[in-house]
Write a protein that binds this ligand. Structure first.
Ligand code: UDP
Length: 411
Protein backbone atom coordinates (compact mmCIF):
# COMPACT_ATOMS: atom_id res chain seq x y z
CA UNK A 1 0.00 0.00 0.00
CA UNK A 2 1.20 3.46 -0.93
CA UNK A 3 0.05 4.83 2.43
CA UNK A 4 2.30 2.40 4.27
CA UNK A 5 5.28 3.64 2.27
CA UNK A 6 4.46 7.20 3.28
CA UNK A 7 4.02 6.16 6.92
CA UNK A 8 7.71 5.19 6.86
CA UNK A 9 8.76 8.77 6.09
CA UNK A 10 5.94 10.98 7.38
CA UNK A 11 5.17 8.87 10.46
CA UNK A 12 2.23 6.60 11.38
CA UNK A 13 0.45 9.47 13.11
CA UNK A 14 0.36 11.58 9.97
CA UNK A 15 -1.20 8.70 8.04
CA UNK A 16 -3.72 7.91 10.79
CA UNK A 17 -4.69 11.57 10.76
CA UNK A 18 -5.32 11.32 7.02
CA UNK A 19 -7.49 8.23 7.47
CA UNK A 20 -9.49 9.99 10.14
CA UNK A 21 -10.01 13.11 8.04
CA UNK A 22 -10.98 11.03 5.03
CA UNK A 23 -13.67 9.04 6.83
CA UNK A 24 -16.50 11.51 6.17
CA UNK A 25 -15.33 11.68 2.55
CA UNK A 26 -15.35 7.95 1.77
CA UNK A 27 -17.23 7.28 -1.45
CA UNK A 28 -17.40 10.95 -2.42
CA UNK A 29 -16.48 11.76 -5.96
CA UNK A 30 -13.65 14.28 -6.38
CA UNK A 31 -12.43 15.40 -9.78
CA UNK A 32 -9.23 17.34 -10.45
CA UNK A 33 -8.91 19.13 -13.78
CA UNK A 34 -5.75 20.56 -15.28
CA UNK A 35 -4.29 20.85 -18.75
CA UNK A 36 -1.46 18.31 -18.85
CA UNK A 37 -0.82 14.84 -17.60
CA UNK A 38 2.96 15.11 -17.85
CA UNK A 39 5.42 17.89 -17.17
CA UNK A 40 5.20 20.64 -14.63
CA UNK A 41 4.62 20.71 -10.92
CA UNK A 42 0.82 20.38 -11.08
CA UNK A 43 0.91 17.06 -12.94
CA UNK A 44 3.65 15.93 -10.58
CA UNK A 45 1.56 16.57 -7.50
CA UNK A 46 -1.67 15.16 -8.97
CA UNK A 47 0.10 11.96 -9.91
CA UNK A 48 0.63 11.40 -6.19
CA UNK A 49 -2.48 12.98 -4.67
CA UNK A 50 -4.98 10.98 -6.73
CA UNK A 51 -3.76 7.47 -5.79
CA UNK A 52 -3.34 8.53 -2.16
CA UNK A 53 -6.91 9.87 -2.03
CA UNK A 54 -8.18 6.66 -3.66
CA UNK A 55 -6.44 4.55 -1.05
CA UNK A 56 -8.28 6.59 1.56
CA UNK A 57 -11.58 5.55 0.00
CA UNK A 58 -12.30 8.74 -1.93
CA UNK A 59 -13.48 8.27 -5.49
CA UNK A 60 -10.83 10.66 -6.87
CA UNK A 61 -10.18 11.10 -10.55
CA UNK A 62 -8.13 13.31 -12.82
CA UNK A 63 -9.34 14.85 -16.06
CA UNK A 64 -7.25 16.81 -18.53
CA UNK A 65 -8.64 19.45 -20.88
CA UNK A 66 -7.25 19.59 -24.37
CA UNK A 67 -6.74 22.43 -26.80
CA UNK A 68 -4.76 23.41 -29.87
CA UNK A 69 -1.54 25.43 -30.17
CA UNK A 70 -3.38 28.77 -29.99
CA UNK A 71 -5.08 27.73 -26.77
CA UNK A 72 -1.71 27.01 -25.14
CA UNK A 73 -0.27 30.22 -26.56
CA UNK A 74 -3.08 32.06 -24.82
CA UNK A 75 -2.79 30.21 -21.51
CA UNK A 76 0.99 30.60 -21.45
CA UNK A 77 0.53 34.34 -21.89
CA UNK A 78 -2.00 34.29 -19.05
CA UNK A 79 0.48 32.45 -16.86
CA UNK A 80 3.18 35.05 -17.54
CA UNK A 81 0.75 37.92 -17.03
CA UNK A 82 -0.45 36.50 -13.71
CA UNK A 83 3.19 36.37 -12.62
CA UNK A 84 3.46 40.06 -13.43
CA UNK A 85 4.56 40.34 -17.07
CA UNK A 86 2.74 43.31 -18.62
CA UNK A 87 1.46 41.87 -21.88
CA UNK A 88 -1.71 42.18 -23.93
CA UNK A 89 -3.46 39.01 -25.03
CA UNK A 90 -5.10 39.33 -28.46
CA UNK A 91 -8.91 39.08 -28.49
CA UNK A 92 -8.62 36.32 -31.06
CA UNK A 93 -6.69 34.18 -28.55
CA UNK A 94 -9.17 34.90 -25.79
CA UNK A 95 -11.99 33.65 -28.05
CA UNK A 96 -9.99 30.44 -28.64
CA UNK A 97 -9.57 30.11 -24.86
CA UNK A 98 -13.30 30.47 -24.30
CA UNK A 99 -14.28 28.19 -27.17
CA UNK A 100 -11.84 25.47 -26.06
CA UNK A 101 -13.26 25.56 -22.57
CA UNK A 102 -16.84 25.43 -23.93
CA UNK A 103 -15.99 22.30 -25.92
CA UNK A 104 -14.25 20.71 -22.93
CA UNK A 105 -17.22 21.57 -20.71
CA UNK A 106 -19.47 19.64 -23.11
CA UNK A 107 -17.16 16.65 -23.07
CA UNK A 108 -16.69 16.61 -19.31
CA UNK A 109 -20.21 17.56 -18.23
CA UNK A 110 -21.24 14.03 -17.21
CA UNK A 111 -18.18 13.71 -14.99
CA UNK A 112 -18.03 17.22 -13.55
CA UNK A 113 -21.66 18.22 -13.02
CA UNK A 114 -22.48 15.45 -10.49
CA UNK A 115 -19.08 15.40 -8.71
CA UNK A 116 -19.02 16.27 -5.00
CA UNK A 117 -15.85 18.35 -5.27
CA UNK A 118 -14.14 19.71 -8.35
CA UNK A 119 -10.63 21.18 -8.24
CA UNK A 120 -9.77 23.37 -11.19
CA UNK A 121 -6.01 23.87 -11.43
CA UNK A 122 -4.59 27.15 -12.71
CA UNK A 123 -6.07 29.44 -15.41
CA UNK A 124 -6.29 26.94 -18.29
CA UNK A 125 -9.60 25.26 -17.29
CA UNK A 126 -10.96 28.17 -15.17
CA UNK A 127 -13.98 28.95 -17.43
CA UNK A 128 -15.37 25.42 -16.92
CA UNK A 129 -16.97 26.60 -13.69
CA UNK A 130 -19.14 29.00 -15.68
CA UNK A 131 -19.69 26.87 -18.79
CA UNK A 132 -20.65 23.67 -17.01
CA UNK A 133 -24.06 25.13 -16.14
CA UNK A 134 -25.96 23.32 -13.42
CA UNK A 135 -23.62 21.55 -11.00
CA UNK A 136 -24.23 19.80 -7.74
CA UNK A 137 -20.84 19.88 -5.97
CA UNK A 138 -18.38 22.43 -4.64
CA UNK A 139 -15.89 23.93 -7.05
CA UNK A 140 -12.46 25.13 -5.98
CA UNK A 141 -9.97 27.09 -8.09
CA UNK A 142 -6.42 26.03 -7.20
CA UNK A 143 -3.82 28.61 -8.21
CA UNK A 144 -0.27 27.25 -8.32
CA UNK A 145 1.40 30.34 -9.64
CA UNK A 146 2.83 33.44 -8.02
CA UNK A 147 -0.12 35.77 -8.38
CA UNK A 148 1.16 38.40 -5.97
CA UNK A 149 1.43 41.11 -8.64
CA UNK A 150 -0.70 40.05 -11.60
CA UNK A 151 -0.84 42.22 -14.67
CA UNK A 152 -4.18 43.85 -13.92
CA UNK A 153 -6.01 43.73 -17.30
CA UNK A 154 -5.41 39.98 -17.61
CA UNK A 155 -6.43 39.31 -14.02
CA UNK A 156 -9.55 41.45 -14.56
CA UNK A 157 -10.51 39.24 -17.51
CA UNK A 158 -9.85 35.98 -15.64
CA UNK A 159 -11.39 37.07 -12.37
CA UNK A 160 -14.92 36.57 -13.67
CA UNK A 161 -14.21 32.86 -14.25
CA UNK A 162 -12.39 32.43 -10.95
CA UNK A 163 -15.26 34.13 -9.13
CA UNK A 164 -17.63 31.46 -10.47
CA UNK A 165 -15.98 28.96 -8.08
CA UNK A 166 -17.02 28.41 -4.46
CA UNK A 167 -13.51 28.92 -3.06
CA UNK A 168 -9.91 29.49 -4.15
CA UNK A 169 -6.65 28.06 -2.90
CA UNK A 170 -3.33 29.93 -3.16
CA UNK A 171 0.14 28.76 -2.17
CA UNK A 172 1.06 31.78 -0.09
CA UNK A 173 -1.01 34.44 1.67
CA UNK A 174 0.68 37.16 -0.37
CA UNK A 175 -0.70 35.59 -3.60
CA UNK A 176 -4.35 35.86 -2.54
CA UNK A 177 -6.59 38.21 -4.53
CA UNK A 178 -9.80 40.07 -3.78
CA UNK A 179 -12.50 37.50 -4.59
CA UNK A 180 -16.15 37.07 -3.59
CA UNK A 181 -15.61 33.67 -1.94
CA UNK A 182 -13.45 32.08 0.78
CA UNK A 183 -9.74 31.84 0.02
CA UNK A 184 -7.48 29.20 1.53
CA UNK A 185 -3.71 28.99 1.74
CA UNK A 186 -2.07 25.63 1.05
CA UNK A 187 1.69 25.76 0.39
CA UNK A 188 3.22 23.30 -2.08
CA UNK A 189 4.98 20.15 -1.01
CA UNK A 190 7.52 17.61 -2.18
CA UNK A 191 7.12 13.90 -2.63
CA UNK A 192 9.71 12.15 -0.45
CA UNK A 193 9.39 8.97 -2.52
CA UNK A 194 10.07 10.50 -5.93
CA UNK A 195 13.36 10.11 -7.80
CA UNK A 196 14.20 13.69 -6.87
CA UNK A 197 13.99 13.03 -3.16
CA UNK A 198 14.39 9.33 -2.47
CA UNK A 199 17.40 8.23 -0.39
CA UNK A 200 20.44 7.43 -2.53
CA UNK A 201 23.36 5.16 -1.81
CA UNK A 202 26.74 6.75 -1.07
CA UNK A 203 28.13 5.02 -4.11
CA UNK A 204 25.61 6.55 -6.50
CA UNK A 205 26.28 10.01 -5.03
CA UNK A 206 30.02 9.49 -5.52
CA UNK A 207 29.33 8.24 -9.03
CA UNK A 208 27.56 11.52 -9.86
CA UNK A 209 30.44 13.53 -8.36
CA UNK A 210 32.88 11.62 -10.51
CA UNK A 211 30.80 12.12 -13.65
CA UNK A 212 31.04 15.90 -13.24
CA UNK A 213 34.61 16.03 -11.94
CA UNK A 214 33.58 17.16 -8.46
CA UNK A 215 35.84 16.09 -5.58
CA UNK A 216 33.60 14.75 -2.79
CA UNK A 217 36.44 15.02 -0.30
CA UNK A 218 36.48 18.84 -0.61
CA UNK A 219 33.70 21.24 0.47
CA UNK A 220 30.87 21.64 -2.04
CA UNK A 221 28.22 24.32 -2.20
CA UNK A 222 25.40 24.02 -4.74
CA UNK A 223 22.52 25.91 -6.22
CA UNK A 224 20.03 23.97 -8.37
CA UNK A 225 17.87 26.30 -10.44
CA UNK A 226 16.75 27.26 -13.88
CA UNK A 227 19.20 29.77 -15.36
CA UNK A 228 17.04 32.76 -14.61
CA UNK A 229 18.08 36.23 -13.44
CA UNK A 230 15.72 36.05 -10.48
CA UNK A 231 17.73 33.05 -9.23
CA UNK A 232 20.89 35.21 -9.38
CA UNK A 233 23.49 32.60 -10.40
CA UNK A 234 26.03 35.37 -11.02
CA UNK A 235 25.48 36.60 -7.45
CA UNK A 236 26.15 33.06 -6.24
CA UNK A 237 29.49 33.07 -8.05
CA UNK A 238 30.35 36.40 -6.44
CA UNK A 239 29.54 34.93 -3.01
CA UNK A 240 31.62 31.82 -3.73
CA UNK A 241 34.61 33.99 -4.72
CA UNK A 242 34.39 36.00 -1.52
CA UNK A 243 34.23 32.79 0.52
CA UNK A 244 37.01 31.08 -1.42
CA UNK A 245 39.63 33.37 0.14
CA UNK A 246 38.80 31.75 3.46
CA UNK A 247 37.90 28.24 2.25
CA UNK A 248 40.46 27.66 -0.52
CA UNK A 249 39.28 24.18 -1.44
CA UNK A 250 35.68 25.22 -1.96
CA UNK A 251 33.84 23.97 -5.04
CA UNK A 252 30.66 25.48 -6.47
CA UNK A 253 27.98 23.61 -8.43
CA UNK A 254 25.39 25.60 -10.38
CA UNK A 255 23.01 23.09 -11.93
CA UNK A 256 20.00 23.92 -14.05
CA UNK A 257 17.88 22.69 -16.91
CA UNK A 258 19.15 22.90 -20.45
CA UNK A 259 17.83 26.15 -21.81
CA UNK A 260 17.31 25.40 -25.49
CA UNK A 261 13.64 26.42 -25.61
CA UNK A 262 14.11 29.53 -23.50
CA UNK A 263 16.15 32.28 -25.14
CA UNK A 264 16.52 34.15 -21.88
CA UNK A 265 17.68 30.98 -20.14
CA UNK A 266 20.43 30.65 -22.69
CA UNK A 267 21.55 34.23 -22.16
CA UNK A 268 21.66 33.76 -18.40
CA UNK A 269 23.52 30.46 -18.81
CA UNK A 270 26.09 32.28 -20.97
CA UNK A 271 26.39 35.08 -18.40
CA UNK A 272 26.89 32.48 -15.69
CA UNK A 273 29.59 30.70 -17.70
CA UNK A 274 31.30 34.02 -18.39
CA UNK A 275 31.24 34.90 -14.68
CA UNK A 276 32.67 31.47 -13.84
CA UNK A 277 35.56 32.07 -16.27
CA UNK A 278 38.22 29.40 -16.16
CA UNK A 279 37.81 28.53 -12.49
CA UNK A 280 37.98 24.72 -12.51
CA UNK A 281 36.21 24.60 -9.15
CA UNK A 282 33.02 26.13 -10.54
CA UNK A 283 30.82 23.52 -12.22
CA UNK A 284 28.09 25.07 -14.33
CA UNK A 285 25.91 22.13 -15.36
CA UNK A 286 23.13 22.24 -17.95
CA UNK A 287 21.03 19.18 -17.19
CA UNK A 288 18.29 17.34 -19.06
CA UNK A 289 14.73 18.01 -17.85
CA UNK A 290 14.42 14.49 -16.43
CA UNK A 291 17.72 14.50 -14.55
CA UNK A 292 15.92 14.00 -11.24
CA UNK A 293 18.34 11.50 -9.77
CA UNK A 294 21.29 13.65 -10.78
CA UNK A 295 19.77 16.66 -9.02
CA UNK A 296 19.03 14.47 -6.02
CA UNK A 297 22.69 13.37 -5.91
CA UNK A 298 24.04 16.91 -6.37
CA UNK A 299 21.87 18.21 -3.54
CA UNK A 300 23.12 15.37 -1.33
CA UNK A 301 26.71 15.95 -2.36
CA UNK A 302 26.61 19.57 -1.21
CA UNK A 303 27.62 20.55 2.31
CA UNK A 304 25.47 23.64 2.07
CA UNK A 305 22.82 24.57 -0.51
CA UNK A 306 22.27 28.11 -1.73
CA UNK A 307 19.10 29.54 -3.25
CA UNK A 308 20.04 33.14 -3.70
CA UNK A 309 16.82 34.19 -5.45
CA UNK A 310 15.87 37.83 -5.60
CA UNK A 311 12.24 36.82 -6.20
CA UNK A 312 10.73 33.40 -5.54
CA UNK A 313 7.20 31.95 -5.62
CA UNK A 314 7.91 29.12 -3.23
CA UNK A 315 11.26 27.57 -4.02
CA UNK A 316 10.84 23.80 -4.18
CA UNK A 317 14.59 23.47 -4.54
CA UNK A 318 14.86 24.82 -1.00
CA UNK A 319 12.44 22.17 0.29
CA UNK A 320 14.29 19.46 -1.62
CA UNK A 321 17.65 20.49 -0.15
CA UNK A 322 16.27 20.79 3.39
CA UNK A 323 14.73 17.33 3.11
CA UNK A 324 18.21 16.04 2.36
CA UNK A 325 19.42 17.50 5.65
CA UNK A 326 21.15 20.54 4.16
CA UNK A 327 21.11 23.99 5.69
CA UNK A 328 20.01 26.48 3.03
CA UNK A 329 21.33 29.99 2.52
CA UNK A 330 18.41 31.58 0.74
CA UNK A 331 17.35 34.97 -0.59
CA UNK A 332 15.10 36.80 1.85
CA UNK A 333 12.09 36.71 -0.49
CA UNK A 334 8.76 34.96 -1.19
CA UNK A 335 8.33 31.35 -0.16
CA UNK A 336 11.96 31.05 0.95
CA UNK A 337 10.89 32.98 4.05
CA UNK A 338 8.43 30.22 4.91
CA UNK A 339 11.15 27.61 4.81
CA UNK A 340 14.46 29.13 5.82
CA UNK A 341 14.12 30.04 9.46
CA UNK A 342 17.10 32.27 10.11
CA UNK A 343 19.74 30.60 12.32
CA UNK A 344 17.64 27.40 12.56
CA UNK A 345 17.13 25.78 9.16
CA UNK A 346 19.56 28.08 7.38
CA UNK A 347 20.20 31.76 6.78
CA UNK A 348 18.33 34.41 4.85
CA UNK A 349 20.50 36.78 2.87
CA UNK A 350 20.20 39.77 0.57
CA UNK A 351 23.66 40.16 -0.98
CA UNK A 352 26.69 38.19 -2.18
CA UNK A 353 28.57 39.53 0.86
CA UNK A 354 25.92 38.21 3.26
CA UNK A 355 25.82 34.90 1.44
CA UNK A 356 29.59 34.55 1.64
CA UNK A 357 29.62 35.43 5.33
CA UNK A 358 27.07 32.73 6.16
CA UNK A 359 28.79 30.25 3.90
CA UNK A 360 32.14 30.73 5.59
CA UNK A 361 30.53 30.49 8.99
CA UNK A 362 28.87 27.17 8.16
CA UNK A 363 31.83 25.63 6.37
CA UNK A 364 34.00 26.29 9.39
CA UNK A 365 31.50 24.62 11.71
CA UNK A 366 30.61 21.14 10.48
CA UNK A 367 28.62 20.53 13.69
CA UNK A 368 26.41 23.51 12.87
CA UNK A 369 25.85 22.16 9.36
CA UNK A 370 24.68 18.94 10.92
CA UNK A 371 22.33 20.40 13.51
CA UNK A 372 20.84 22.94 11.12
CA UNK A 373 20.48 20.27 8.47
CA UNK A 374 18.68 18.01 10.91
CA UNK A 375 16.30 20.83 11.83
CA UNK A 376 15.76 21.59 8.17
CA UNK A 377 14.77 17.99 7.47
CA UNK A 378 12.40 17.86 10.42
CA UNK A 379 10.89 21.19 9.39
CA UNK A 380 10.12 19.75 5.96
CA UNK A 381 8.76 16.55 7.50
CA UNK A 382 6.34 18.63 9.58
CA UNK A 383 5.35 21.14 6.95
CA UNK A 384 6.19 20.43 3.35
CA UNK A 385 5.63 16.76 2.52
CA UNK A 386 2.84 15.67 0.19
CA UNK A 387 1.03 14.08 3.17
CA UNK A 388 0.64 17.53 4.75
CA UNK A 389 -0.74 18.91 1.52
CA UNK A 390 -3.22 16.05 1.31
CA UNK A 391 -4.22 16.65 4.94
CA UNK A 392 -4.99 20.28 4.12
CA UNK A 393 -6.98 19.36 1.02
CA UNK A 394 -9.00 16.86 3.06
CA UNK A 395 -9.64 19.42 5.78
CA UNK A 396 -10.82 21.89 3.18
CA UNK A 397 -13.16 19.29 1.64
CA UNK A 398 -14.61 18.19 4.97
CA UNK A 399 -15.22 21.83 5.82
CA UNK A 400 -16.83 22.67 2.49
CA UNK A 401 -19.01 19.57 2.35
CA UNK A 402 -20.28 20.17 5.87
CA UNK A 403 -21.09 23.82 5.32
CA UNK A 404 -21.51 25.84 8.49
CA UNK A 405 -21.93 22.83 10.81
CA UNK A 406 -20.47 23.71 14.20
CA UNK A 407 -19.24 20.21 14.88
CA UNK A 408 -17.95 17.62 12.44
CA UNK A 409 -17.63 14.01 13.60
CA UNK A 410 -14.53 12.47 12.07
CA UNK A 411 -15.15 9.01 13.54
N1 UDP B 1 14.53 21.53 -11.50
C1 UDP B 1 14.84 20.47 -12.33
N2 UDP B 1 15.87 20.62 -13.20
C2 UDP B 1 16.59 21.76 -13.26
C3 UDP B 1 16.28 22.84 -12.42
C4 UDP B 1 15.22 22.68 -11.54
O1 UDP B 1 14.21 19.41 -12.29
O2 UDP B 1 17.52 21.82 -14.05
C5 UDP B 1 13.43 21.34 -10.56
C6 UDP B 1 13.81 21.56 -9.12
O3 UDP B 1 14.40 20.40 -8.57
C7 UDP B 1 12.46 21.92 -8.53
C8 UDP B 1 11.78 22.67 -9.65
O4 UDP B 1 12.42 22.28 -10.85
O5 UDP B 1 11.72 20.74 -8.23
C9 UDP B 1 11.92 24.18 -9.53
O6 UDP B 1 10.99 24.63 -8.65
P1 UDP B 1 11.23 25.96 -7.82
O7 UDP B 1 9.98 26.21 -7.04
O8 UDP B 1 12.49 25.87 -7.02
O9 UDP B 1 11.52 27.10 -8.89
P2 UDP B 1 10.80 27.53 -10.28
O10 UDP B 1 11.66 26.94 -11.37
O11 UDP B 1 9.40 26.99 -10.24
O12 UDP B 1 10.90 29.03 -10.27
Amino acid sequence: MLLDDYAQVAGEDAIEHLRQLARPLVGKRFVHVNSTRIGGGVAEILRKLIPLARELGIDAQWEVITGDAEFYECTKAMHNALQGTPLRIADRLLRVYEETNRTNAEQLRDVLAPADMVFIHDPQPAPLAEYIGKRSGHWVWRCHIDASHPHRPVWKYLRRYVAAHDASVFSLASFAQALPHPEYIIPPSIDPLSDKNIALSESSIRETAKRFGIDPARPVVAQVSRFDRFKDPVGVIAAYRLAKDYVPHLQLVLAGGSATDDPEGEVVLAETRAAAGDDADIHVLALAPDAHRTINALQRLADVVIQKSTREGFGLTVTEAMWKGKPVIGGDVGGIRLQVIDHHTGFRVSSPEGTSLRLRYLLHQPRKIQTMGWKAREFVRENFLVTRQLREYLTLCVGMLHGAAERIELG
